[in-house]
Ligand binder design. Structure first.
Ligand code: DMJ
Length: 674
């Protein structure tokens, strides 16, 4: 109804009811159709004047009310639209960064695959959000030497890395702030939310690389560390020039040797390059891993060696770099090694054909080496934690549980062989801390630490074994009364000690640091002195592979005797490794000085001018140490890495409360108790 007409017809308006019609303004027949603006303006005004004051107020109020509602709904719709638009932009960006790989912060990590799933068909692991692409984070080592102007932090949902703001000269010559990332600043903090895998924990875990909780200034690299970097570069140059992509460099013949045909030296050296800050070398090696490393090969590999060097190297590089390429490769090789565990006793075979998926013992026996089957656990357990696939951990845990129950030990000391059919120790009665048994002891302690010090059987076995060492294998030499670890064969003590045994002082010190008896530290101090003397008492200042200690003083005789067959040096790491632990835990500079002497002697007697270092045949002949023409992969993987860490005064450079080194010097995160 037209409001004015209604009002006129009804006489005075009722106050309690108002009818407002905003429909047709004038009946067409009443005044004819006139669409002129003036007419419409006049007509509206006339009608407005015909309204009562109350009607006008109500209309005005309604207009005002509608206007306010309009403004409010416009604002909130705008917000909703904006967030919708942003979300879809984010999604697009995610897919554009790396095709096929979700690099942006997934809300939830993908569910782990069931244990019985097909080999090689594993859940795609979504990497953690990278604050910058890896090549941005991996700055050269000298970034740390520059005095930072300001520390700032890049924070992601899971991770924080430290960025150093430093002035940069622009094209126009102005100084401006540019973020560059401190390389090792980003590598030394493991994931503090690491949890042991359990039947309840099936979510894949994240890498540990990009956590950096503290704001400490980067510790500058010192002269000795620079010397290690120089040595590494020299070794790498030889490998690159003459052996690129092959297992080992033969530096004299400027060629290479193959063992598994898997680029062993390159993989073993990856995390060393990361720790030393060798960005260019690392990037080049990464490219090779991405484009050329293929495990789908009809080749027999040794389970232990490929686990500690390849699987261990890939896992630690994944942790340090956060680059999922290395985890993918680790999963691949881990899966391909699993057939080794298909034995009647579940004690794994020594060899696996990683292309065919078959495994077998050596041709002459069905035995495996005890150290080999009990020193693959840190790596397989970590692989389970990262992938959520329990099979890896289950397989290696079963080995440890089984060995725990076996008879044939002597006060915790184990024989050197175990049969893959019966699961029993063989060749009973021979006990050593050297070849074939060494890392069994090392991994008892390290697994206990890795798992958050909860697996008591491991600790019991370790402590009992150290008591066994003290009871059966410790002796003192003459004339200097050096404490050494000999061997026991059917009740007869032999004063023979492998250089390999020199891992023990470091392991004992690590145990003492983790709360074990202070006696362990005393023994570590005595033994590292002995290991140092195995170098210092020799003509080249380099240790032979094996020494025999004199038990009785004889005129003109030193403590250390060397047999002709044992006088080679393979560039092994064990003494330097223990020196590193000893320095970290005591701060005694003599350990650094001893390591420095050893580095200089490696440079003097094993360095090949055209690139690389070589094993030598005769440590007793300084004028002709008889180069062997082989650079072992562990020289880059272990020896030089431990040297670099030994010379560092930065306890956060691979913090020993956060990382545990595997037996090939590849650091893996310690799981923090849930
Ligand atoms: C390395 O492969 C490992 O350290 C292993 O535990 C023993 N042998 C070499 C180094 O000597």
């Amino acid at each position: 109804m037209y409001a004015g007409a209604a009002a006129a017809a009804a006489g005075p308006p009722r106050r309690d009811f108002i009818s407002v019609s905003l429909g047709a303004e004038e009946p067409v027949g009443a005044g004819g159709y006139n669409n002129s603006k003036a007419w419409r303006r006049r007509s509206c005004w006339r009608k407005w004047k015909q309204l009562s004051r109350l009607q006008r107020s109500v209309i005005l109020f309604l207009f005002a009310f509608l206007a306010v509602c309009g403004v409010i709904s416009y604002t909130s719709m705008g917000e909703a639209w904006k967030s919708l638009t942003n979300k879809s932009l984010d999604d697009q960006r995610t897919e554009q960064e790396i095709p096929g790989v979700k690099l942006a912060n997934p809300a939830v990590l993908p569910a782990p695959q069931k244990a019985d799933a097909n080999r090689g068909d594993y859940p795609e692991l979504s990497p953690q959000k990278q604050p910058n692409p890896p090549h941005v984070r991996r700055g050269p080592s000298n970034l740390q030497i520059k005095a930072p102007r300001r520390d700032t932090r890049l924070t992601t949902r899971h991770s924080t890395i430290r960025a150093v703001e430093e002035p940069v000269q622009t094209d126009k010559g102005e100084k401006t702030e540019k973020s560059v990332i401190s390389w090792r600043g980003a590598v030394i903090e493991p994931d503090q939310n690491t949890e042991p895998p359990s039947s309840k924990t099936k979510e894949p875990e994240k890498p540990s690389s990009v956590e950096a909780e503290d704001q400490k200034e980067p510790v500058p690299i010192n002269e000795r560390q620079l010397a290690v970097i120089e040595a590494f570069r020299h070794a790498w140059r030889g490998y690159k020039d003459f052996a690129w992509g092959h297992d080992e460099l033969k530096p004299l013949s400027k060629s290479y040797s193959e063992w598994f045909g898997l680029g062993l030296t390159l993989i073993d050296a990856l995390d060393t390059m990361w720790i030393l800050g060798l960005k260019e070398e690392f990037e080049e090696a990464r490219k090779w891993v991405a484009n050329d490393l293929a495990f789908d090969k009809n080749v027999d590999v040794n389970l232990f060696e490929s686990t500690i060097r390849i699987l261990g190297g890939l896992l630690s590089t994944y942790h340090l770099s956060g680059d999922s390429l290395f985890l993918e490769k680790a999963k691949d090789i881990g899966n391909r090694l699993m057939p080794a565990f298909k034995t009647p006793s579940k004690i794994p075979y020594s060899d696996v054909n990683i292309g065919r998926g078959t495994a077998h013992p050596p041709r002459w026996t069905s035995d495996s080496t005890v150290a080999e089957v009990t020193s693959i656990q840190l790596e397989f357990r970590e692989l389970s934690r990262l992938t959520g696939d329990e099979r890896f951990q289950k397989a290696v845990d079963e080995v440890m549980k089984h060995v725990h129950t076996l008879s044939g030990k002597n006060d915790g000391l184990v024989p050197m062989f175990i049969n893959t059919n019966s699961g029993q120790f063989t060749h009973l009665g021979v006990y050593t801390l050297g070849a074939r048994a060494d890392s069994y002891y090392e991994y008892l302690l390290k697994q206990w630490i890795q798992g958050g010090k909860k697996e008591n059987e491991l600790l019991e076995d370790y402590v009992r074994a150290i008591e066994g060492v003290k009871k059966h294998l410790l002796q003192r030499s003459a004339p200097r009364k050096l404490t050494f670890v000999g061997e026991l064969a059917h009740g007869h003590f032999s004063a023979k000690m492998d250089h390999l045994v020199c891992f023990l002082p470091g392991t004992l010190a690590l145990g003492a640091h983790n709360g074990l008896d202070a006696d362990h530290m005393k023994l570590a101090e005595a033994l590292i002195e002995t290991c140092y003397q195995m170098y210092a008492q020799v003509e080249t200042g380099l240790s032979p592979e094996i020494v025999h200690f004199n038990l009785h003083a004889q005129k003109g005789h030193k403590d250390v005797e060397i047999k002709p067959a044992d006088r080679h040096n393979l560039l092994r790491p064990e003494t330097v490794e223990s020196l590193f632990y000893m320095y970290r835990f005591t701060g005694d500079k003599k350990y650094q000085d001893w390591g420095w002497e050893i580095l200089q002697n490696f440079n003097k007697y094993t360095r090949v001018p055209t690139g690389g270092y070589t094993s030598i045949n005769n440590v007793q002949n300084p004028s002709n140490p008889e180069p062997r023409d082989k650079m072992e992969s562990f020289f880059l993987g272990e020896t030089l890495k431990y040297m670099f860490l030994l010379f560092s005064d930065d306890i956060d450079l691979i913090n020993l409360d956060k990382y545990i080194f595997n037996t090939e010097a590849h650091p893996l995160p310690i799981w923090v108790p849930a």
